[in-house]
Write a protein that binds this ligand. Structure first.
Ligand SMILES: Nc1nc2c(ncn2[C@@H]2O[C@H](COP(=O)(O)OP(=O)(O)O)[C@@H](O)[C@H]2O)c(=O)[nH]1
Ligand SMILES: [Mg+2]
Length: 233
């Protein structure tokens, strides 16, 4: 691998998933940065042990649960400082299969942002209850309509950026959390005039551990979409 590729994964209570995901990603030759918010379940300690024998693994330990958005922003800044060329975001819970990473990377030769998308032909969701499917579909249709852009899966947490996108974005202005953060990153990228590709993925619901996304975060995202289209010109 000639260019430097970094995968960033934020974690909060991912004890059941962390060792396996670290091994799969670094086993493919990628660098991995995990940002752990002092998970009460001991995820951080497991990471420290894994790091002793894994030189592709980097860890940022934060004091307390500070949210997915700030974790990624901190990770992006770290990646830019360390001269990575391609920077990916992923969940720890295997909803985003690491097997897609090589194909995403190929696409980044032609695009600035690649989104792992459930809502393009060939993509989909496995193991979600019908209500969750419905909410996600409607939320993404809503975001696409209000923001007047072409992205079908605004709330996907699986993204690959060329470093230039993150360099050109004012990362300190990105203040949203959860789904809002995921939407904001895509919309800001679009507003920068970048080329975006949605790569079809089958999203598998987590088998181990619990989701940390709350109802409050969904409501925040709904208001954020309005704010974004008024504020970002
Ligand atoms: N560092 C950090 N990671 C978080 C936080 N909230 C969620 N995560 C991680 O972000 C990823 C996405 O969260 P998840 O619960 O899977 O959300 P869902 O897929 O929408 O249900 C997972 O890897 C979580 O462990 C947080 O406050 N801080
Ligand atoms: Mg998840």
């Amino acid at each position: 691998m000639d260019s430097k590729v970094l995968i960033i994964i934020p974690t909060y209570n991912e004890r059941e998933n962390i060792e396996k995901i670290v091994k799969q990603i670094t086993g493919k030759g990628f660098y991995l940065l995990v940002i752990d918010d002092n998970s009460p379940d001991g995820t951080g300690e497991i990471l420290d042990k894994l790091q002793i024998t894994n030189d592709k693994l980097q860890i940022i330990h934060r004091e307390k649960k500070l949210g997915l958005g700030t974790a990624y922003i901190q990770g992006f800044k770290w990646a830019l400082q360390k001269d990575f060329d391609f920077i990916f975001t992923m969940d720890a819970d295997f909803s985003h299969s690491p097997d897609y990473l090589p194909d995403f990377l190929k696409k980044l030769a032609d695009f600035d942002l690649v989104i792992g998308s459930r809502y393009v032909r060939g993509g989909g969701v496995r193991n979600w209850p019908i209500q969750r499917k419905f909410i996600s579909r409607c939320g993404n249709f809503y975001a696409k309509t209000i923001l007047q852009y072409s992205v079908n899966d605004s709330t996907s947490g699986f993204m690959g950026f060329r470093r230039q996108v993150l360099e050109n974005m004012n990362l300190d202005e990105v203040k949203s959390e959860g789904y809002g953060f995921l939407i904001e990153m895509k919309y800001r990228t679009y507003k920068l005039g970048c080329k975006i590709h949605e790569y079809p993925i089958v999203f598998a619901d987590r088998i181990q551990g619990m989701s940390k996304i709350s109802k409050k975060i969904i409501w925040e995202a709904i208001f954020l979409v309005w704010k974004l289209c008024r504020q970002i010109k």
